[in-house]
Design a protein around this ligand. Structure first.
Ligand code: 8X3
Length: 258
């Protein structure tokens, strides 16, 4: 009798809400043992319990992707698993929407730290395990903000361009190894926290982002694309998928019914 193949492991960062949580749910349903990471312990533990109750596999691990020592310790702990096949670098986000003339450098720094250095930290730490799996995937959640700018967006746009460049460069550098690099670049996605965090808890400003837009994308739409991309046969590399709602023609051209 041959042994059953080990369940593939998928690590998802920033999985406490939104796209990260939806991705954890969908990858678990697709057969991955998901390792759910984020800073908020209660949220990721509740999500892991929900996924487990649904008959799938999940483990929660508190992690701040900007803390390199914590990331290294997390990666070392993953050696309990036989192999790590997928890393979804989802942790990140936007802070502020001020023009360049008045933007807060602290917001810019924090966005670079989470969106770029956070992705760098986790990718560097897990690349050996992903390579050792013989069939690894590094997925970077960038944004349409990584592919064009808009007024008031420069700090976030600069950080997401950084995430895009990280993905594109890594793909060049590791070609020939058994690891592919996928970039998913969503446009307007309405999640419970993205815009509220951006506007420092101001729900009125956050609501304006989606005002009159019939159907912004949902976290589930993006999780669906992520799950599709990572479940393609391993020789197929979806380099980049740029996804917008039908009502959004560009970063700044949005149809609103007001
Ligand atoms: C989210 C897209 O338009 O808020 O990554 O920059 S946008």
């Amino acid at each position: 009798m041959t042994a059953a193949p080990a369940t593939p492991i998928a690590v998802v960062t920033g999985a406490s809400s939104g796209i990260g949580a939806a991705t954890a749910r969908q990858l678990a349903a697709a057969g991955y043992h998901v390792v759910i990471t984020a800073r908020r312990k209660d949220r990721i533990e509740a999500l892991a319990a929900e996924i487990t109750a649904a008959g799938h596999r999940a483990t929660a691990h508190v992690l701040d992707v900007t803390d390199r020592a914590a990331v290294d310790a997390f990666a070392a702990g993953l050696s309990d698993f036989p192999a790590v096949h997928v890393l979804v670098n989802n942790a990140g986000g936007a802070l502020g929407a001020d023009p360049v003339a008045t933007g807060d450098p602290a917001d810019w720094r924090r966005m670079y730290e989470t969106n770029v250095l956070g992705t760098l930290n986790v990718t560097q730490a897990l690349l050996p395990a992903l390579t050792a799996s013989g069939d690894g995937t590094v997925l970077v959640l960038s944004s349409t903000a990584g592919h064009g700018t808009y007024e008031g967006g420069a700090g976030y746009v600069a950080a997401k361009h950084g995430a895009h460049v990280l993905a594109e460069t890594l793909r060049l550098e590791i070609v020939g190894t058994p690891v592919r690099v996928i970039e998913i670049a969503p446009g307007m996605v309405r999640t419970e926290e993205f815009a509220t965090t951006r506007f420092n808890g101001d729900t009125e400003k956050a609501a304006k982002v989606y005002a009159g837009v019939a159907e912004p994308l949902t976290a589930e739409d993006i999780a669906d694309s992520i799950t599709w991309a990572v479940t393609r046969p391993s020789h197929v590399n979806i380099d980049l998928m740029l996804i917008r709602p039908r009502a959004q023609a560009s970063n700044s051209k949005v149809h609103r019914e007001l």
